[in-house]
Design a protein around this ligand. Structure first.
Ligand SMILES: [Zn+2]
Ligand SMILES: [Zn+2]
Length: 226
């Protein structure tokens, strides 16, 4: 298993400006620099997730789009504006936009509040989405999150298809520290995944500061015990 970002790069976090993070983009960038990160992707939730959760839109997306008005004036952290997209149903339809615009880094996840399909067919949902959109999916977000549908998710099949299509799997640190990981599923994923991103999925500065370190400590112990 190759960890794509063992260094100071984190490709999954949320801001106050575009979804459900506690901190603004500028706060995230300032503290990312302070905590030693070199590159971050701010991957706010998709239009479908915002609609499902009733979260308010606070800032126009155009401000941070390519050649937009936002620039990092704080430090040398490279900032990517991505999207945490949603798998919508067993046909593999997805929503990967914020205010109708795609981002520069797609974490594709399945959220039970947003998914509109048949939960007994989540394996098909993942596989069809992978087949249709592998070219733009950078990583499958928290595939091992604790959820009632996990009993229907064939994580081995999804991981093997992702390997075949060159899509990475995510080791999600916020899920780990918040005890939201289905450990049995994660074990199956980690033993098979060829490429893995270790991402914070930070919604707070505390998570941005500590979650990745805890994730790597867990992974060291995990491989040591095997
Ligand atoms: Zn998520
Ligand atoms: Zn997230």
């Amino acid at each position: 298993m190759e960890i794509i970002n063992p260094d100071g790069r984190d490709y999954h976090m949320h801001s106050l400006n575009y979804s459900d993070g506690l901190n603004t983009i500028d706060e995230l960038v300032i503290f990312a620099g302070r905590f030693g990160l070199e590159e971050i992707a701010i991957t706010d939730h998709s239009d479908a997730a915002l609609k499902a959760s009733g979260l308010a839109m606070k800032t126009y997306r155009g401000i941070v789009q390519k050649e937009g008005r936002w620039q990092n004036i704080h430090n040398d952290v490279r900032v990517i504006f991505g999207v945490e997209g949603d798998i919508l149903n067993e046909n593999g339809d997805i929503c990967d936009t914020i205010q109708g615009k795609e981002g520069d880094f797609l974490v594709l996840s399945l959220h039970k509040e947003v998914y509109q399909g048949d939960f007994s067919r989540v394996t098909e949902a993942y596989c069809r989405a992978l087949e249709h959109f592998a070219a733009k999916i950078k990583v499958l977000g928290h595939p091992c999150i604790k959820a009632p549908y996990q009993q229907h998710l064939d994580i081995v099949a999804v991981t093997e298809l992702a390997n075949q299509l060159g899509v990475a799997m995510e080791f999600n640190c916020a899920n780990l520290v918040n005890e939201k990981t289905d450990k049995k599923q994660e074990d199956k994923m980690l033993t098979r995944a060829e490429r893995v991103y270790v991402n914070s999925d930070a919604h707070t500065l505390h998570e941005l500061k500590t979650a990745r370190a805890e994730g790597f400590a867990f992974l060291r112990e995990y491989w040591y015990q095997r």
